[in-house]
Design a protein. Structure first.
Length: 256
């Protein structure tokens, strides 16, 4: 069971970056991913996402986000809901990001709320996420992000619910104009090292495909597709956890 739990990324939705390697995913900002990516947005973008784990409604994430660029810095807001009536988690975030030449810096301020039944009720905590991306060349980007540097946790009934402390570094290399390779390595406190390797290829302006794998104690492969139409984009990714089941990750975004 400990191996299975090590594969679960708590609190944050997985997102639709290839294999979940979002620390260096630069194509667009993803809610609760590397906050530095927000600095790359040049127009207002709204998105909604739904992630279903193992075809269980109780293990689903529903989130929405809004990115607003400006002359001085870009601002993003996001909200995520996970769970069901008797137990659920909510996270709200405000992100600020800016570019400094070839460097992009972002910070995300997070409010986490958890509901437990009986007399426990609601419990909450505040934390943050910081991120950095550096354009080494026109084809190579390296990145770093850390979630929960404050080691925030929630205490209830003499039990401590620790929010995960995560650090990730990665590299995104563009072999040709339409093919990206993303590699990411990270460390989650009390769980150990995890990794992700993914590729994204744009077959045509309206269609792209992605594939990859991530893991901690065992490998979880994934396949995905993105469809662009006018200002809309729809992404769908399937992850196959052979010990538990299949997860479907979807996202719909619109650029104004």
């Amino acid at each position: 069971m400990s191996q299975i739990l090590a594969q679960v990324q708590e609190i944050l939705p997985s997102g639709i970056a290839p294999a979940g390697a979002d620390v260096v995913f630069t194509e667009r900002w993803l809610a609760f991913a590397n906050p530095a990516t927000l600095s790359r947005e040049e127009s207002v973008m709204a998105s909604v996402g739904y992630e279903n784990r193992y075809f269980l409604e109780e293990l689903s994430d529903e989130y929405l986000s809004l990115a607003i660029p400006s002359k001085f810095f870009n601002v993003g807001v996001a909200f995520n809901f996970f769970g069901y009536a008797d137990y659920h988690e909510m996270m709200a975030a405000v992100t600020v990001a800016r570019r400094f030449g070839v460097a992009a810096v972002g910070i995300e301020f997070d409010y986490f709320n958890m509901f437990l039944p009986d007399e426990v009720g609601y419990r909450h905590a505040f934390t943050a996420q910081v991120g950095l991306q550096l354009d080494v060349t026109d084809r190579c980007v390296v990145g770093f992000r850390m979630f929960n540097p404050s080691f925030s946790r929630i205490d209830y009934n003499d039990v401590a619910r620790k929010l995960p402390v995560m650090m990730h570094v990665g590299c995104n290399y563009r072999f040709v104009d339409d093919l990206d390779l993303l590699v990411e390595v990270g460390y989650v406190l009390d769980r150990g090292v995890d990794w992700a390797v993914g590729m994204e290829y744009r077959l045509m302006p309206e269609l792209l495909v992605r594939a990859g794998a991530r893991g901690c104690d065992y490998v979880i492969p994934s396949l995905g597709v993105g469809v662009c139409f006018a200002r809309f984009r729809f992404d769908l990714t399937a992850e196959a956890d052979f010990r538990i089941g299949t997860s479907l990750l979807s996202n719909l975004s619109y650029k104004f």
